[in-house]
Design a protein around this ligand. Structure first.
Ligand code: RB5
Length: 153
């Protein structure tokens, strides 16, 4: 599977470790950086990975920052992106099975490397359940850029 990967300085070490894991497991990785410990702005890397996923250049994406939160917030600004910040395998499996998440966001300052590897594996091996979840995901996708505030149904 082709996977787009990105991190800021706070997620660099975990990103590097997970890139090794992904390649060992036979995935094709496109690494959008960062590749140094110099302080950078996480939205720049979220944007690159989100564009790769939304543009079908990669099937799934992985973003790592200090918490995973900023990366997920930034990536979710792009239409067609469903980024989920996960701290455990249950959330990772549900993010794929129920939400059809296409980007996993992890926090290097939140979880250890071993847990992060398990979370990543759970995310990659879980398919989308479809069915009633497809209806809900379609409603999420309809809340894209340009949608205005409407009364809730
Ligand atoms: C960087 O200090 C930190 O703010 C960033 O990595 C991330 O945690 C933001 O959500």
């Amino acid at each position: 599977m082709k996977i787009a990967v990105g991190a800021d300085h706070a997620g660099l070490l975990l990103k590097e470790r997970l890139v090794v894991l992904l390649r060992e497991e036979g995935h094709e990785v496109e690494d959008f950086g960062t590749n140094t410990s110099e302080s950078v702005d996480y939205p720049d890397f979220a944007q690159r990975v989100a564009q790769a996923v939304a543009g079908d250049r990669a099937m799934l994406g992985l973003l790592v920052c200090g918490t995973g939160t900023g990366m997920a917030i930034a990536a979710n600004k792009l239409d067609g992106v469903r980024a989920a910040a996960c701290t455990n395998t249950f959330c990772a499996r549900m993010a794929r099975a129920h939400n059809n998440a296409n980007i996993l966001a992890l926090g290097e300052r939140v979880i250890g490397a071993g847990v992060a590897e398990d979370v990543l594996r759970a995310f990659l091996e879980t398919p989308f359940d479809g069915g009633r979840h497809a209806t809900r995901v379609a409603k999420i996708d309809a809340l894209g850029a340009g949608s205005s505030v409407q009364p809730a149904p």
